[in-house]
Design a protein around this ligand. Sequence first.
Ligand code: FAD
Ligand code: NAP
Length: 264
Amino acid sequence: MTDIPHGLVTGKVLCKTQWTDQLFSLQVSAPVSSYLAGQFTKLGLLNGDGEWVRRAYSMVNAPEHRFGQQHLEFLIIKDQNGQLSPQLHQLNEGDDIYVGKDPSGFMTLEEIPPNVKDFWMLSTGTAVGPFISILESLQIQQQEATNAKPFNRLILAHAVRTQQDLTYQERIAQLVQHYQGKLIYVPIISRESVTGALRGRIPSLLLGGDLERAASVTINKADSFFYLCGNPQMVRDTSDALNSLGLEKHLRRKAGQYSSENYW
Ligand SMILES: Cc1cc2nc3c(=O)[nH]c(=O)nc-3n(C[C@H](O)[C@H](O)[C@H](O)COP(=O)(O)OP(=O)(O)OC[C@H]3O[C@@H](n4cnc5c(N)ncnc54)[C@H](O)[C@@H]3O)c2cc1C
Ligand SMILES: NC(=O)c1ccc[n+]([C@@H]2O[C@H](COP(=O)([O-])OP(=O)(O)OC[C@H]3O[C@@H](n4cnc5c(N)ncnc54)[C@H](OP(=O)(O)O)[C@@H]3O)[C@@H](O)[C@H]2O)c1
């Protein structure tokens, strides 16, 4: 076996959940360093040519969850033409997997400026994962009365192509129940009309006011903060939409109202 590259540790697949032909989750045990909700790490495997292929994947679980920091969950889409994701898709319980020892990323609760009241999480596809991590982490922090951010409203929008791509329905329903009206879940489906979901894409639903109406929350500069995560074209078009609504990109040196993470 080739030496494991610096920065990766050996993990084991504990469990695999198949959501659709292409969408699946892996639960993995690996001795990684501590991380924050919303962060990502690398997953890696050797390819057929004996070369290491590594890609970034966000944790779906809160680091504070009951199984401990070193039990990680990932939501992954298999890209038929991709190098790593089809290999990850072939893994099963008990298989070895190589995991980045030091998770990273800035899409965390800590990076949100103080005094935000309405926290909007806008995702496409597998990028709902880090927001589930954030929502579960916030829930645990509130239960343990550690200094959790006192948001008034949490809005989780998940945009997908078809209804079957709406993963983690049970976990999201539990979170909605836990937050007792404070968490508003807005499913968005682009290629089918489904009762209870918005139809279309995030930028036009923002500009047309449909997202605000679905959430019953008004966007304004003083109270709103947005994280955008997933498809880079969505991130770009949504940033443009938010700019045209008068909001600004958040920088550490100059507070704004939105920040983002591209998945490719
Ligand atoms: C910070 C960060 C976090 C990420 N977290 C996740 C995650 O939690 N789950 C996940 O599935 N992917 C995630 N990704 C994407 C992941 O790193 C890989 O790019 C993806 O799995 C494709 O790798 P591959 O080797 O199979 O394809 P490659 O050979 O690298 O081909 C990449 C192509 O796949 C497509 N693509 C890549 N990622 C996605 C995606 N998530 N959804 C739809 N199309 C995609 C794009 O068309 C891209 O051109 C993340 C990326 C970043 C930068
Ligand atoms: N999900 C599937 O059923 C499926 C099927 C075949 C292949 N794949 C593979 O999986 C990957 C796609 O995965 P995915 O469906 O999770 O992600 P995706 O292609 O990023 O689509 C997720 C959502 O983002 C929307 N979107 C795309 N561009 C946008 C933009 N500029 N602004 C706003 N919203 C935008 C899509 O709308 P639109 O529908 O309008 O584009 C869709 O609702 C592709 O690489 C493809 O090869 C997936």
